[in-house]
Design a binder for this molecule. Structure first.
Ligand code: TRP
Length: 336
């Protein structure tokens, strides 16, 4: 709890192209939280170097992601939007938590096992300790809720365990965080294989709508979206492709499933898919425009980056002073 508000923290990596799923499932929902909560949204660039990155490309993608947060509607005056690498407390608490995490706990993580299999030539120690750094991100800010996908549940569980473990040794230090699985908004699925999640790493470019796709590409991808032979726009388990399109349409137009079914009753899939494409263009076009404005305004973005880094450090230090003292590190001399 800071300033009488409960804290929300989340982060994304700037690797891969964000998809419509990331926007509708995460970013769009984050925007609504700022009034009620104290919110921190981080570009988790320290995590990204567990996989080799091309320096120039990496720097550009991280800046784009930060600008995209703002373009998506996160007001940087009301939300703390910053780079993880700009606040050294993340790395410091990450190291500290490493010393309270068992290697066995880390080796059990499914994401570690997947990534180790995929990058067998570079199973570095950071890949293993990734989850304790993520726990540090969260615990630094006395976070109550962490909005992330279910794939992050195991990592969240570790963050909870570490908070409890530390608190048991040293007395109350960290808030024990909860995962926030979003009450509304269903998972957005692949346009080509609607039983799979829409993913930024899908090899088939027609399966995902990328946030930076232009209008014609979006229209074309929806035209090619997989449906079925039933021929009715209806939300049901037997029609996963059509149901996914209904979800996308509703999320973009703020209509209900029933309204959507009624609107397209008696009409063919061709017309329906065209309408879904237009609805998505209607949401992404303004996002592109805002993004272009923000990324072009170098002074504005640099100011946001500096101010928010300072803000994140101010709050993180409140926690770190407690942590250092409890562990028994020598008091830091004040610099004059
Ligand atoms: N591991 C998260 C992911 O891949 C990203 C992340 C890093 C994160 N630190 C975090 C998410 C802290 C929430 C809170 O999606």
């Amino acid at each position: 709890m800071f300033d009488d508000k409960k804290v929300i923290f989340s982060g994304m990596q700037a690797t891969g192209n964000l998809t419509l799923g990331n926007y509708l499932g995460a970013l769009k929902n984050w925007v609504k939280l700022a009034d009620e909560y104290m919110t921190f949204y981080c570009v988790v660039d320290l995590h990204s170097i567990t996989i080799r990155q091309d320096p120039a490309e990496f720097r550009k993608r991280a800046r784009n992601l930060l600008a995209l947060y703002i373009a998506a509607g996160l007001d940087p005056e009301k939300n703390c939007i910053y780079y993880q690498s700009h606040n050294p407390d993340h790395a410091e608490l990450g190291w500290i938590l490493d010393c309270y995490t068992y290697v066995g706990e880390l080796q059990r993580m499914t994401q570690y096992k997947d990534k180790a299999a995929k990058h067998a030539d570079n199973i570095n120690a950071g890949l293993l300790t990734y989850p304790s750094l993520m726990a540090a991100d969260i615990l630094l800010f006395q976070t109550e809720y962490v909005p992330v996908g279910v794939d992050q549940k195991q990592h969240l569980e570790l963050a909870r365990n570490l908070a409890e473990r530390f608190n048991a040794i040293y007395g109350d230090t960290f808030v024990v965080p909860d995962i926030w699985l979003g009450k509304t908004g269903r998972k957005i699925m692949s346009l080509q294989e609607p039983d799979k999640k829409m993913s930024k790493s899908d090899e088939n470019p027609n399966a995902s709508i990328y946030l930076m796709d232009d209008a014609d590409t979006i229209r074309r991808k929806f035209k090619r979206a997989v449906t079925d032979s039933v021929g009715v726009v209806r939300y049901c388990e037997e029609q996963p492709g059509v149901s996914n399109l209904i979800d996308i349409y509703c999320a973009c137009t703020d209509k209900t499933t029933e309204e959507c079914e009624k609107e397209f009753a008696g009409l063919g899939y061709g017309q329906f898919k065209e309408a879904v494409g237009e609805a998505v263009v209607g949401v992404l076009q303004p996002l592109h425009d805002r993004f272009e404005e923000i990324i072009k305004d170098k002074d504005y973005l640099d100011k946001v980056i500096l101010e928010n880094a300072d803000k994140s450090y101010y709050y993180a230090e409140k926690t770190m002073r407690k942590v250092r003292k409890k562990i028994g590190f020598p008091e830091r001399p004040r610099r004059s």
